[in-house]
Design a protein around this ligand. Structure first.
Ligand SMILES: *[C@@H]1O[C@H](CO)[C@@H](O)[C@H](O)[C@H]1NC(C)=O
Ligand SMILES: *[C@@H]1O[C@H](CO)[C@@H](O)[C@H](O)[C@H]1NC(C)=O
Length: 299
């Protein structure tokens, strides 16, 4: 009696599963979560969503509209703790079979840190489009209106002075991903976000930040030299300047081991695609980029 009542629910589940497989003839595509970039909203991801639907109409697509437009400037930890984090955890719980995430620009950094901060995530593939993955050190147009000097191009040193302060860190996402390679001590001391998720400052969370990355099936980085907003553009695959201002491939950077990228890379699970001729905002509207590098990784 006891054994059969224990078995019953399992047999029922088995039948349902087989039934579903037979009905559809194949597995349903994994759901996809799309995360917009800085100063953008859900509609910046609508074209990618449309292309995914066209490619596979059965795909469930979630596009977050949390922290859109001006609200996207909110400090990143606040965004992780807020609606965007709640949505991410809810989707993880709703899809134990797995889902994919696509993040653009700041949305790529949000995607990676959402994953890192939730060890129970069920993300399979994470696709970063023109991602600001190891931060930014340059002044694209979007930074200029935020600065008190108005039209005068501020020096990068001046921006560091401004951004590496508690008020900037607690109010502005761009300050959280500001990564000054020439002032490593100040960066580690004053940046309250990036050094932690890079495992450059170790805490009791560092281990799970790394495990959560290793748990992914695949990381896909799509980026290119004509980006002009992500500076340096190589931050799109975790490459960045060293202390002497020399560009270093991510494989030569501490982050490669610190957050588990090497583990993925050695198993062929860390894909990088450099695509020239596409500007930052256009990555999510470019047919060639989407069909060559995004759709094939939604398996
Ligand atoms: C993750 O899942 C495990 C096992 O179900 C559970 O014990 C743990 O509390 C969960 N952690 C979080 C952060 O939800
Ligand atoms: C870093 O090196 C890898 C392997 O050679 C390459 O695929 C990747 O594109 C390089 N990244 C940059 C930014 O050059």
């Amino acid at each position: 009696m006891q054994i059969s009542s224990l078995l019953k629910p399992r047999i029922f589940l088995l039948i349902v599963t087989i039934g579903a497989e037979l009905c559809f003839g194949r597995r349903l595509p994994k759901p996809v979560l799309l995360i917009h970039g800085l100063t953008a909203g859900a509609n910046s991801m609508a074209y990618v969503a449309a292309r995914i639907k066209q490619h596979n109409p059965e795909t469930t697509i979630y596009i977050t509209d949390a922290y859109s437009y001006a609200a996207s400037l909110a400090p990143l930890q606040q965004q992780l703790d807020g609606d965007i984090g709640r949505q991410f955890r809810r989707i993880s719980k709703a899809h134990p079979e797995g889902f994919h995430v696509i993040g653009h620009s700041q949305g790529a950094l949000l995607a990676r840190t959402l994953i890192q901060s939730y060890i129970n995530h069920t993300v399979h593939n994470c696709i970063f489009m023109a991602g600001i993955l190891d931060g930014e050190y340059g002044t694209p147009a979007f930074v200029k209106p935020l600065l008190p000097l108005g039209e005068f191009p501020p020096t990068l040193e001046f921006i560091s002075t401004l951004f590496y302060t508690p008020p900037a860190q607690s109010s502005l996402s761009a300050a959280n991903f500001w990564h000054d390679p020439f002032q490593p001590t100040k960066y580690l001391k004053e940046n309250t976000f990036l050094p932690y998720y890079n495992n450059e400052i170790l805490t009791d969370k560092s281990y799970s930040y790394r495990q959560a990355i290793i748990k992914l099936k695949k990381i896909v980085c799509i980026f290119g030299p004509d980006d002009a907003v992500a500076i340096p553009w190589q931050t799109g695959d975790f490459s960045f300047y060293d202390y002497y201002g020399r560009m270093r491939n991510c494989t030569e950077r501490p982050i490669y081991d610190a957050i588990g990228l090497r583990v993925l890379d050695e198993q062929g699970r860390f894909k990088r695609y450099i695509h020239p001729g596409v500007e930052h905002a256009q990555f999510v509207f470019d047919d060639e980029v989407i069909s060559r590098y995004v759709l094939p990784h939604l398996d």
